[in-house]
Design a protein around this ligand. Structure first.
Ligand SMILES: Cc1cc2nc3c(=O)[nH]c(=O)nc-3n(C[C@H](O)[C@H](O)[C@H](O)COP(=O)(O)O)c2cc1C
Length: 398
């Protein structure tokens, strides 16, 4: 096995093993808007079993989705924070990230929820702060719908307050969107080595999103991107972090979304992608394409999520095909290493048939990734810290 010959970015962390997450399918319809068979389900029992499979397979995180109204064929949705809590109760090692919209929550209420979830789960709860794009959800709830960049002004204040309330006593904040005076939350989160407080993720692609995440978030998540595209996002986030004076260990880390189609041959994988797109649910994808104009396309510089997504891209509503995790296990592992070399720390994955493919990913792709990561570290004069690898279940005896 050889390590792909692309340059290693100064942002890349070659000692720390990559982390893997999967999208919690807590909304109906699967992760592609297509009538192709998807052996998955949005119900809790399916998800409980999936979470247990994932933690045994070597996944460290699961990310829930927050959705209140039907869109892109997701006609039914389970609420993200309660679903997260249920999954935390059903697992032992997996960290579960609850997606939350600032426009729907008060940061103090979320901080309180997060601390309780952290205690219940022995330090495994996290949040993904998302600024939203589905205008109807807000307007029909009678909530203000802020213009694009203003949503990120609010999000940045929201995260500052969240962190302040998680870590300080007598916390005050006087901002444009929130005022907090002399507030102390008790108890505080658990004292877990390696983190200052439960982790705060941030999802967004636009220039405003990169700036806000760089200044405040622990983790920056982007939609599916090419290597070159994600290099641009990383540069934007790093510049904002530096301008905000953030240095290690407060520097943000990077997660990329990708839809995985791992098959025995490249041809089979490509054929599956072709079938997904050929069977796309056209009206749902077109409706989604119209709604997401509230995201990237509505920004001043026109940069951001879904800014140039084609019909084919939008069949996976998080642009997951663009990341290129489609092929044999070896090809996918090599592609993942290429992302590690530009600075990716975490790969967020989705599948057609979640339970079986998460298990297969752990069995077929992860061992190759670990081998390549070790090679990459050695080739650059360092070692992969294998003590940081997640515990995986021993294969069943035959
Ligand atoms: C990993 C990830 C997860 C996201 N999860 C959600 C979600 O659960 N609900 C939601 O409304 N938006 C979600 N978003 C979208 C963001 O809310 C935001 O609308 C989108 O990133 C807009 O991008 P922009 O900053 O490029 O305009 C997510 C984005 C990313 C990258």
């Amino acid at each position: 096995m050889t390590v792909i010959d692309t340059e290693v970015s100064p942002v890349a962390d070659l000692e720390t093993p990559l982390k893997f997450a999967y999208w919690v399918p807590n909304v109906s319809g699967g992760l592609v808007v297509s009538t192709i068979e998807q052996r998955t389900s949005w119900d809790f029992d399916y998800n409980k079993k999936l979470a247990r499979i994932a933690e045994d397979a070597g996944f460290e995180y699961a990310l829930s989705q927050t959705r209140y109204a039907a869109s892109y064929g997701a006609d039914k949705q389970h609420e993200a924070t309660s679903f997260t809590l249920g999954l935390l109760g059903a697992t032992e090692r997996l960290k579960i990230i609850a997606a939350v919209h600032p426009g729907m929550w008060h940061p103090g209420v979320l901080a309180k929820w997060l601390i309780t979830a952290d205690h219940i789960s022995n330090g495994r709860a996290a949040v993904n702060i998302v600024s939203g794009w589905l205008k109807d959800e807000f307007v029909k709830f009678g909530l203000p719908w802020l213009e694009h960049d203003e949503r990120y002004v609010r999000t940045e204040e929201f995260i500052s307050i969240l962190r302040g309330l998680l870590t300080e006593d007598g916390y005050s904040f006087d901002g444009k969107h929130y005022q907090i005076s002399d507030f102390t939350l008790s108890p505080k989160p658990l004292d877990v080595p390696g983190r200052a407080h439960p982790e705060i993720f941030f999802g967004g692609n636009s220039t405003a999103a990169q700036a806000a995440a760089g200044r405040t978030a622990d983790w920056y998540f982007s939609n599916g991107r090419s290597l070159e595209g994600f290099q641009e996002n990383i540069a934007g986030v790093v510049a904002a972090a530096e301008s905000g004076g953030r240095t290690a260990p407060q520097k943000p880390r990077f997660g990329i979304n990708g839809f995985v189609i791992a098959r025995d041959t490249e041809n089979e994988a490509v054929e599956t992608l072709r079938e997904i797109i050929a069977k796309a649910h056209r009206p749902a994808v077109e409706g989604f394409a119209a709604a997401v104009k509230e995201a990237g396309q509505s920004t001043k510089d026109g940069k951001g999520m879904w800014e140039d997504s084609t019909f084919e891209d939008l069949v996976q509503y998080n642009d997951g095909f663009r990341t290129g995790l489609i092929g044999t296990p070896e090809q996918i592992a090599e592609r993942i290493i290429a992302f590690k070399k530009i600075g990716v720390n975490l790969v967020l994955t989705a599948y057609l048939h979640f339970q079986e493919e998460v298990e297969a990913f752990g069995r077929d792709v992860l061992p190759i990734v670990r081998e390549l990561e070790a090679d990459l570290a050695r080739a650059n004069g360092t070692e992969l810290n294998t003590e940081l690898l997640p515990q995986v279940a021993a294969p069943a005896a035959v």
